[in-house]
Ligand binder design. Structure first.
Ligand code: DAH
Length: 355
């Protein structure tokens, strides 16, 4: 071996060794604390391979020191990062504890935070269930409505004073669009597509431009009902709603109808139930009348049926609309509408399984 070859040899040899060590590390997995520690001592310990290779630096000729230094440094980082990765998986996953038998498998698990149903959802689902038993199916419609379905088709032409009963949010981009003010718009959409018999309820959110307070909000929830068939009478309306309140509240609840006005029904009536708080004797909730109003209703106006090509000589129908928050208020004694949208879990948690 000549002179030149003899001082090149250690570096080549060392590079080969480093290559082999890298392969060895790559094919190794430390799965328990003992093998991890053995790895640390062999490669990273004070008398370990990395330290030894560092010591070889002095045998490397000056002009090669930089190159060898870089390879060595890279190898050192490689060996250290493997160690850190294994260390995390060995200690972090609990394998260490398991291996030493110190994990107590009988301990209870960490509790999972479970959500609860919103009172509005609970009441809406109950309404759907009760009317479902009477053969009503659920129909839905868009919250951004057009003038026709929300007003005109329901016998509320432009400039009709009854439009003022519902302060409306209009959409800037198109004066014909609005946020529906009631779920009666779904009645219109169903009659447009379906021929009698029609028996639907339409639960959903509605919007009105009102100042937010304990008694008003800019949105709330309604459930509309519609039954159109041959020979549907006011007696059917009465009995259907009577069944509903008995199921929803209590068998002893009484109902009464007061004449009213809605453009889409004729005759129209508001329905009250006997006060659940005082049983009809008179209290603050019923303003000492013994009765609380819960919904609007009536016989579908013949003009509506004709608007949708339904023969009003052959078919009649009844409709009603109720506020879900109102039913909630009576059922759970919630007296501030704002509570429904504040998302305070201490409030929301109180109603699970209460229905
Ligand atoms: N749409 C009415 C409202 O929002 C409620 C209503 C009353 C709906 C009578 C009806 C009905 O279908 O027949 O105030």
């Amino acid at each position: 071996m000549n002179q030149a070859a003899s001082y090149l040899c250690p570096m080549e040899d060392l590079l080969k060794q480093i290559q082999n060590y890298k392969q060895e590390i790559s094919s190794t997995v430390a799965v328990d604390p003992d093998s991890l520690e053995a790895y640390r001592i062999r490669f990273l310990g004070t008398k370990g391979i990395v330290k030894n290779l560092m010591g070889e630096m002095r045998n490397i000729p000056a002009e090669k020191k930089k190159e060898f230094g870089q390879v060595l440094n890279e190898f050192k980082l490689f060996a250290e990062s493997k160690y850190e990765t294994w260390k995390q998986s060995v200690t972090g996953s609990g394998l260490q504890k398991e291996a030493s038998g110190s994990m107590d498998l009988s301990l209870p698990g960490d509790p999972l935070p479970l959500g609860t149903r919103h009172p509005i959802s609970l009441v809406r689902n109950r309404i759907i269930h009760i009317f479902g038993r009477l053969g009503f199916s659920v129909a839905e419609g868009p919250e951004i409505e057009d003038d026709w379905h929300n007003f005109t088709a329901l016998n509320l032409p432009e400039n009709h004073p009854a439009r003022d009963m519902q302060d409306t949010f209009y959409i800037n981009r198109n004066p014909d669009w609005l946020l529906r003010t009631h779920t009666s718009s779904v009645q219109a959409r169903v009659m447009e597509k379906q021929k009698p018999p029609i028996r639907i309820i339409c639960p959903g959110r509605v919007y009105r431009n009102e100042t937010i307070s304990a008694r008003a909000n800019c949105f709330f929830h309604q459930t509309e009902g519609l039954y159109v068939n041959e020979q549907v009478s006011f007696a059917d309306l009465k009995q259907t709603l009577y069944f509903f309140v008995q199921e929803m509240f209590d068998k002893d609840v009484k109902i009464r109808f007061r004449p009213s006005y809605f453009p889409f029904t004729e005759p129209s009536a508001e329905m009250d139930i006997s006060c659940l708080i005082c049983g009809g004797k008179g209290c603050q909730v019923c303003k000492h009348t013994g009765w609380v109003e819960i919904l609007g209703s009536g016989m579908v106006h013949p003009r509506l049926l004709e608007n949708f090509g339904i023969d009003s000589n052959k078919y009649t129908g009844f409709a009603f609309g109720m506020g879900v928050e109102r039913i909630c208020q009576l059922k759970y004694r919630i007296n501030d509408l704002r509570l429904y949208s504040q998302n305070d879990v201490r409030f929301l948690r109180q109603f699970t399984n209460a229905i």
